[in-house]
Design a protein around this ligand. Structure first.
Ligand SMILES: [Fe+2]
Length: 515
């Protein structure tokens, strides 16, 4: 980090205020006294394993402290992990150094923890202390587990509504939150319904950092992070709407777009409880998690490795409806990329755990429309990668894998659906089940549009796009239950939720049933 003379003067002044009078080099990690609490973005935990979890925070002081912090070469942040909510029994502590190169974010990969156990944690920097977070490790891989509960959430456009759903999630007893994408939105509305981004579309690291910080300042979102560990994957809006691999909708020169993608991925990492930072424009987000003998959960990356849209139109290469597009049938076109596809197919075939769950960005069941000119396909969803979807489901059928459930987001609707090798064909057996968890705040389609979608796609058993919310999942050896929690759009800060519908998947029998 290069410090200007002005920065050094500011730092020296601030260090003097903080009680350090030695030369700057000797005070690389002073114990600051803050004018206001710098833990303005809260705390988070994620990637729960039987013996570890990732703890996160970021120092983002208010304006009165920020200039001084930015003039420092580094800050030392202390973490403490307890086994009781009263913070009486400390079991682990340590110190990490963070600096401006990582936006003063802190990632602690806490290892050596006990399985299936609650922990409470907090951070300290100088005389400031963070809010307290609760987290929970996964059970031992061979544990005979009777129940797993989690929330499925996605799509929290800040301008479209408040995060009351996160407040409800924070108050639930859950093992984790599964968030499947559109954590931030890069674009802004011409007519924002509830709140404003108040900043231009981000293209740079600084721009994406500011957007993440805006979202993370929300108290309800902070509460959901502080209450539960999160397991995350992303969709498109973490970078730009409807991007596909190295191509954005504007057909930006790929090398240039990859620079923007690298900035977006880096800002994403800096704000999430994740263990692995990006390497330039590449970042591994797909993961496998295990819940005893009861369930395996894969998170998939449906953006970074996908083929470009089929029948792309340089004048309009965001997702679009196409009819009679022969390129759709090309078996080489991929949604997950060759390596991730192999990894996931092999994992499914090898799994000896009962439930095989996978969190991915969007809706897997078909949403195509019957028109007088033929069937119209939306190119940005799984319908735009039909051969990749067919290969995945054929692999499940061929290997005889039972109890597979897809968990998705992106489409801003609650969906329960049956998944077949050939969508909507009664002659093709149901091989898996699907739930889409609605959207936390992002606007969705009308009931009329959903009725039409269901008419043209009988595999979709339930679809409501007019309400916002999330899904509560409860997994037992006998069944997996999904409860759609919902409220009217747009969501005010004090919204309350009701149960829109309940569905169940019975063990050994693919397909969704009303519960
Ligand atoms: Fe979305």
């Amino acid at each position: 980090m290069n410090l200007s003379r002005r920065d050094l003067n500011r730092a020296a002044l601030w260090l003097a205020l903080a009680g350090c009078t030695a030369p700057l080099a000797a005070c690389a990690q002073p114990a600051p006294r803050w004018r206001s609490n710098p833990f303005t973005l809260g705390v988070a935990s994620g990637q729960p394993r039987p013996d570890s979890v990732v703890l996160w925070t970021r120092l983002l002081p208010e304006a009165e402290d920020e200039a001084a912090r930015n003039a420092l070469p580094a800050c030392s942040v202390r973490y403490e992990i307890y086994v009781d909510a009263a913070l009486q029994r400390l079991v682990m502590q340590g110190e990490v150094v963070t600096d401006a190169s990582r936006a003063f974010s802190v990632h602690v990969h806490a290892t050596g923890l006990a399985p299936q156990r609650d922990y409470w944690y907090r951070f300290r920097c100088g005389d400031a202390q963070s809010p307290v977070g609760r987290t929970r490790t996964a059970p031992a891989p061979d544990a005979q587990l009777r129940r797993l509960r989690f929330a499925l959430a996605s799509c929290q456009n800040y301008e479209h509504g408040f995060y009351a759903a996160h407040r409800e999630i924070a108050g639930r007893e859950l093992d984790f939150v599964l968030f499947v994408g559109d954590y931030i939105y890069e674009g802004s509305s011409a007519n924002p319904e509830m709140r404003r981004h108040g900043a231009p579309i981000p293209h740079t690291l600084e721009g994406y950092r500011e957007r993440h910080a805006l979202y993370k300042r929300d108290a309800d979102l902070q509460a959901a992070h502080a209450a539960h560990p999160w397991i995350l994957t992303w969709d498109d809006h973490e970078v730009v709407n409807d991007y596909a691999g190295d191509r954005d909708p504007a057909y930006t020169e790929p090398a240039l777009f990859l620079r923007r993608r690298a900035a977006a991925y880096r800002a994403y990492f800096e704000h999430m409880p994740l263990a692995l930072p990006p390497q330039g424009a590449a970042m591994r987000i797909h993961e496998r998690h295990v819940w005893g003998n009861l369930a395996e959960l894969w998170t998939l990356d449906c953006r970074q490795h996908r083929s470009h849209h089929a029948c792309a139109d340089p004048a309009h290469d965001s997702g679009r409806g196409v009819i009679g597009c022969a390129e759709l049938a090309d078996p080489a076109r991929t949604m997950l990329g060759a390596e991730q596809s192999r990894w996931f197919a092999q994992g499914l075939a090898d799994s000896r755990r009962q439930w095989k769950l996978f969190g991915q960005s969007t809706q897997m069941s078909s949403t195509a429309r019957d028109t007088p000119q033929g069937r119209q396909t939306w190119t940005d969803g799984w319908d735009g990668y039909p051969e990749a979807r067919r290969q995945l489901f054929q692999g499940i059928a061929d290997a005889g894998v039972k109890d597979v459930v897809a968990l998705g987001g992106d489409v801003h609707r609650h969906v329960a659906a049956d998944l077949r090798v050939r969508p909507n064909d009664p002659g093709s057996a149901v091989v898996a089940s699907e739930f889409v968890g609605g959207s936390i705040s992002s606007r969705g389609a009308s009931q009329a549009a959903m009725a039409r979608m269901r008419r043209d796609n009988p595999d979709v058993v339930h679809a409501r796009g007019d309400e916002r919310g999330y899904a509560l999942m409860e997994v037992t050896p006998e069944a997996m239950q999904c409860e759609f929690r919902a409220t009217a759009h747009p969501v005010p800060a004090d919204a309350s939720f009701y149960t829109q519908a309940r569905f169940v998947v019975e063990a050994g029998r693919a397909g969704v049933l009303p519960a």
